[in-house]
Write a protein that binds this ligand. Structure first.
Ligand SMILES: NC(=O)c1ccc[n+]([C@@H]2O[C@H](COP(=O)([O-])OP(=O)(O)OC[C@H]3O[C@@H](n4cnc5c(N)ncnc54)[C@H](O)[C@@H]3O)[C@@H](O)[C@H]2O)c1
Length: 341
């Protein structure tokens, strides 16, 4: 029997990069995505075109346009390919949009994720990795954010759905012995990135000489994390399924007998950068000075995100981060080529 890895959100930013890496490494991959129109569908289609062109060794690549809400279709695929590992990246992403369209988050992130857990249970999946987010740290002011910090104060529905995912995964790992790893991504950027995120929004505005809106008067910092670094970390985590973690389960009555194979990690560049410095690097790379409009902070926004990855390093070893200078260079090179600027 062949081993398959299922990647949901395969047409999305991170999912595309992960599938590309896995398919090119000769792994059998099943991609799932509903290709929703939260942002330009043609970007998702172009990503899929690239995946479809990767030469296969003896491995298989198959893509299914399926919604996580459709449990029966998911089950059919899982029954046919019997994956041992699932990486769930499909979700309604974006903090700000969760104020506009909250039900999209309940639909994909809560209902959709519950279906993923159910099909993993029914099909005896051994290793589930799932996307969480740095937004779970909400209003926390202690930086850098550590997995040991409280996540009881989400400030957007998006963050609340991601915290819920962590709790749901915890329960399934406990009840059904599925090894679960939660991936708290910090602002991921790079080629083929998301058009609703700051690097794309800023670049588009700078090139078209439109002003960029800078919230909280620029008094913000982000752990901008280059996509290749994220993919490298996910790859290592796929190969090292979670085992019980007495530290993580320290609030149990007897932590030494903790049985949950569930771990949660920050995946974020440990050198965070001020938003205005990030914009300055974009300007330098584009050779154009931006027009700036300073505005108050937006509801749901976190002021500073900064990642403590000590537990991740303990788990997978040293982590190499791409410098923001290099990452921006690669991103702008792709952007100019893709949008023909
Ligand atoms: N990119 C980041 O900086 C970042 C930061 C924190 C967390 N995350 C999380 O990482 C994951 C991947 O993010 P991304 O940046 O690649 O986002 P993305 O929007 O590019 O990719 C998500 C993909 O999931 C698909 N999808 C959404 N709902 C679905 C459903 N119900 N059924 C099937 N497919 C569905 C979308 O069509 C999309 O292609 C998401 O869970 C996101 O919340 C991303």
């Amino acid at each position: 029997m062949r081993n398959f890895i299922v990647v949901t959100g395969a047409a999305g930013f991170i999912g595309f990069h992960l599938c590309r890496r896995l398919i090119s490494s000769g792994i059998n991959v099943i991609g799932i995505d509903n290709i929703n129109n939260y942002y330009d569908i043609s970007l998702k289609e172009r990503r899929l075109e690239i995946l479809n062109k990767i030469p296969l060794e003896k491995n298989t690549w198959k893509f299914f346009k399926i919604d996580l809400a459709n449990k029966d279709s998911l089950l059919k695929i899982f029954e046919k390919y019997v994956p041992k590992t699932v990486v769930n990246l499909a979700a309604q992403a974006g903090v700000r949009y969760s104020l506009e369209n909250p039900s999209a988050y309940i639909y994909s992130n809560i209902f959709g994720f519950s279906n993923i857990l159910e099909v993993c249970k029914i099909s005896d999946v051994e290793n589930l990795l799932y996307a969480s987010s740095s937004s779970v740290y909400g209003g926390n002011t202690k930086v850098p954010f550590s997995e040991n910090d409280s996540v009881n104060h989400p400030i957007s529905l998006y963050a609340a759905t991601k915290i819920s995912n962590e709790l749901m995964a915890h329960t399934y790992s406990h009840l059904y012995g599925i090894a679960c790893t939660g991936l708290r991504f910090f602002t991921v950027y790079g080629p083929w990135g998301r058009p609703d995120m700051a690097p794309m929004i800023f670049t588009k505005a700078i090139l078209s000489r439109k002003s960029i809106r800078i919230f909280n008067n620029g008094n913000m910092s982000r752990s901008f994390t280059y996509i290749n670094d994220i993919i490298e970390i996910i790859w290592k985590l796929i190969n090292k399924p979670a085992t019980p973690d007495s530290e993580f389960n320290r609030d149990l009555p007897n932590p030494s007998t903790s049985w949950n194979s569930h771990r949660i990690f920050n995946l974020g560049n440990e050198n965070s950068i001020n938003l205005l410095d990030f914009i300055h690097l974009l300007e330098e790379e584009l050779g154009i000075e931006s027009l700036k409009e300073y505005e108050d902070i937006q509801a749901g926004d976190v002021i500073n995100t900064s990642s403590d990855c000590s537990s991740l390093r303990k788990w997978i070893g040293p982590i190499d981060y791409t410098s923001v200078n290099k990452g921006i260079k690669e991103f702008i090179k792709w952007y100019k080529d893709y949008y023909k600027n």
